[in-house]
Design a protein around this ligand. Structure first.
Ligand SMILES: C[S@@+](CC[C@H](N)C(=O)[O-])C[C@H]1O[C@@H](n2cnc3c(N)ncnc32)[C@H](O)[C@@H]1O
Length: 251
């Protein structure tokens, strides 16, 4: 309570340059107290070993290195099992235009970039308003840009509402957890027929009631889906929910 009041006062009265320095110090202190890395280090990661698989570069080696070395205690990142399912679907479906809403730790963004590299086709756009980092783009933003993502600073709503119809054939929505469900019609509009859509955190009606309504609404529309919501290990959070939708716009 006191901390959030102090933060509000600082935001209202301190010059932006000082505010940025304070946020950086605060984040550095918070990160030092965490037992896991808050963001992936896409710079170091890109120096991963080369692959034994001929003809595919080292994209899959890097992907599996990333998954096996990522600390899944990171609470914002997608679960290991769900990451592998999402990336498996990219490797198999070969989407051309991928949209990720919500970069977070950068774990899924980097995974998607490896999958695209392996496929040899596809362009990833990743949207984030950097809400989790006081509106400031973290270092991982430029790292992901250098690794090939089109990283856009925007609110989910603005981006989705202004995107052209059928612009994407793959979408993962993991950004505005409190309002995203309000523009489900827009998610469906901007993804083409047969495109794959994933919604994360869809099985927490207490914390994210809007997201928890998406399954029923998709069902009502007669669109095929599968809702992953089960954990089988003590160290995973798959029960948070991953809703997989195939965007059937016609038969
Ligand atoms: C749960 S994290 C995404 C996790 C990511 N999939 C991963 O694997 O690490 C949510 C992200 O969405 C961003 N975000 C929150 N509200 C947003 C909004 N209204 N528009 C755009 N991005 C938003 C936050 O800054 C945060 O980076």
């Amino acid at each position: 309570m006191v901390i959030s009041r102090l933060k509000r006062l600082a935001r209202d009265y301190l010059p932006r340059r000082i505010l940025i320095v304070l946020f950086k110090i605060n984040d550095a202190l918070v990160e030092r107290s965490l037992e896991y890395r808050r963001f992936v280090d896409a710079d170091n990661e890109s120096r991963a070993k080369s692959s034994a698989l001929p003809g595919v570069g080292n994209a899959l080696t890097r992907y599996f290195d990333l998954v096996l070395n990522f600390d899944h205690r990171n609470p914002v990142a997608i679960d290991c099992a769900h990451n592998i399912f999402v990336i498996g679907s990219v490797l198999s479906k070969k989407p051309r235009n991928l949209l990720e809403l919500g970069v977070g730790s950068g774990y899924l963004t980097l995974s998607l970039l490896h999958a695209i590299k392996y496929n040899g086709i596809g362009q990833l756009t990743s949207v984030d308003n950097w809400f989790d980092t006081h509106g400031l783009e973290p270092k991982v933003g430029s790292q992901l840009r250098a690794a090939g993502a089109n990283v856009v600073c925007s609110s989910e709503k603005d981006f989705v509402v202004n995107a052209p119809t059928d612009a994407y054939d793959f979408l993962i929505s993991d950004a505005d957890h409190h309002h995203s469900a309000e523009w489900l019609d827009q998610h469906l509009r901007i993804v083409e027929h047969n495109g794959f859509i994933f919604f994360h955190d869809t099985n927490q009606p207490g914390e994210f009631p809007g997201l928890a309504t998406i399954e029923a609404r998709v069902k009502e529309l007669g669109i095929p889906f599968y809702h992953f919501k089960e954990s089988s290990r003590p160290d995973e959070n798959c029960n948070r929910g991953l809703l997989f939708v195939i965007n059937k716009k016609r038969n």
